[in-house]
Design a binder for this molecule. Structure first.
Ligand code: CS2
Length: 509
């Protein structure tokens, strides 16, 4: 650390030429991005840098952080530069994308954010606000009209606090100012992320007081596009390891580098209302039908990832590579991937399944990345809703028990709502989840010792939507596996799920 303090700060003049796609950020802002986190900075920003390296255009990105000032402030201090540290056991590769024209913090500069959303030069509003940022109700998938922040945003009580509120208030200003068409592009791990965003935006608009609605709804229909997209890159949190890597490789101090795996994929619908960067030059794929890619990724990668994280944390593992390195977790990962997720989807024609799955296991095993079980396991209540219920229902309707999906739910509950007297360990305890308090309340109210009553109450709370409550056997199976987890540990529970799944083979579609 002491060595780093004497290094010059990363900035326009200190970027080594070999690491910069372009030396200067583009002059014009064409994209306002909500969610200035690591994922955006290692994914969309890198694709945009590649697009601009190939074809110039007015596609500078104004990054907007929600509340956290640290990244925005450091980026401003570094003239919008930061390093992307691509890391795998054999290789470290550092680049400096330089595509941001500015960085705002919505909580501090709300009017500037709304002005930027309304600016005629803004052709794209993109977002990475995580599953948690969409303020939808898990039960209905519609806007959560009971959430205090949504209610405050609808009432116009201070600057918008929710992403959907921010977008609608920005579009409202845009409609009044110039009505220029714009695209809202969600880059989060939601099924049909564009369709969902459009629905939430419309629901918010329709819930506004009549006097404020203007003719926003028809304008949204005509002038605003909401393409669906699938995004994929494993991007852990920044640690000093990566700050040190930048210092060693570039000889500069970067306070906010982003670690990322070498792999990156982006598939989206080519439905843009006012143009877009030539992202195909950064390897993005454009297609009429994103859903098969979304389901492939959300289920095989994200769904399996959740199981690895929860079993790993319960086994005392701090990272995903340490977890997948345990044979019983690798076996459970194969069980849920091949047995429960794969039969629930159609693999896109251009994806070679064996290679894709082989690559997934390699990506999870990337020890250099140090991806934390705590990070993947956090926000499970909003993530699992996107990953588990639809495939589970598909099996249950066909009369089959999805044992490894039941194991996923059991391991999740064991981590974030541990039965009293059971300690899930430090990695599970560190998982952040908006439903933690509610789940603990449900656990406290369940008749003592009845795991089935607990799981039934959890499912009835709508945590995983509505459908699963119709299958009491599923709650029963989750409860059994929860019991095995608590009494005998994750290896025994995984073995139980595997044995049961093997006794009940299923066809692969
Ligand atoms: C992970 C994802 O945290 C999680 O739930 O499954 O963030 C995953 O790393 C990315 O979606 C990979 O594209």
């Amino acid at each position: 650390m002491t060595a780093m303090t004497v290094l010059p700060r990363l900035g326009a003049a200190t970027v080594p030429a070999r690491t910069a796609g372009r030396r200067r950020p583009p002059a014009e802002t064409g994209i306002v991005h909500l969610g200035l986190g690591n994922f955006h900075r290692a994914h969309q920003a890198v694709h945009t840098a590649a697009a601009l390296a190939h074809t110039d255009g007015p596609w500078g990105i104004l990054g907007v952080a929600g509340r956290s000032v640290s990244v925005a402030r450091a980026m401003r201090e570094q003239e919008m530069r930061y390093a992307v540290v691509e890391i795998s056991p054999g290789r470290t590769h550092v680049t400096v994308p330089a595509v941001h024209t500015g960085a705002l913090v919505a909580a501090e500069q709300p009017e500037d954010v709304l002005d930027a959303l309304a600016a005629p030069g803004t052709a794209l509003i993109t977002m990475t606000v995580t599953e948690h940022g969409y303020t939808y109700s898990p039960r209905t998938h519609g806007l959560d009209l009971d959430a205090p922040a949504v209610r405050a945003d609808l009432a116009g009580d201070g600057p918008p606090r929710t992403t959907i509120g921010q977008i609608v208030r920005g579009l409202q200003r845009r409609r009044r100012a110039n009505a220029a068409p714009v695209t809202v592009l969600s880059c989060d791990n939601l099924v049909g992320n564009g369709d969902q965003t459009r629905r939430l935006v419309r629901e918010f608009t329709e819930a506004l007081p009549t006097a404020e609605r203007d003719d926003l709804t028809p304008w949204l229909e005509n002038a605003v596009a909401f393409p669906n997209s699938m995004v994929d890159r494993i991007v852990p949190a920044t640690t000093d390891v990566y700050r040190d890597a930048v210092a060693a490789r570039l000889g500069v101090r970067d306070d906010v580098p982003v670690p990322a795996e070498p792999f990156s994929m982006w598939v989206m619908e080519d439905r843009f209302a006012a143009g877009r960067p030539r992202w195909e030059h950064g390897g993005a794929l454009f297609t009429d039908d994103v859903e098969p890619y979304e389901l492939l990724k959300l289920r095989l990668l994200n769904g399996t990832h959740s199981l690895i994280a929860y079993l790993g944390a319960l086994d005392g593992r701090g990272t995903i590579p340490d977890s997948i390195g345990r044979p019983f977790i690798a076996e459970a990962a194969r069980g849920v991937l091949f047995g429960d997720y794969l039969p629930s989807l159609a693999v896109p024609a251009d994806i070679e399944l064996d290679a894709y799955v082989g690559q997934l296991f390699e990506r999870w095993a990337n020890t250099a990345l140090g991806h934390r079980t705590q990070q993947v396991g956090s926000d499970g209540s909003v993530k699992l809703r996107q990953r588990v219920p639809e495939p589970a229902l598909l099996h249950l309707r066909a009369g089959r028990m999805p044992h490894h999906l039941a194991l996923t739910v059991a391991a999740y509950l064991c981590c974030v709502a541990p039965p009293s007297g059971f300690s899930p360990g430090p990695h599970a305890a560190a998982m952040v989840d908006p439903a933690r308090a509610a789940l603990t309340g449900i656990a406290d109210r369940a008749p003592s010792g009845s795991r089935t009553a607990f799981v039934e109450a959890v499912l009835e709370s709508g945590l995983l939507g509505d459908g699963l409550t119709e299958y009491p056997d599923f709650a029963g199976r989750v409860a059994e596996l929860l019991d095995v987890l608590v009494r005998y540990g994750p290896a025994a529970a995984a073995a139980d799920a595997t044995r049961a799944a093997e006794a009940e083979p299923r066809p692969v579609r």
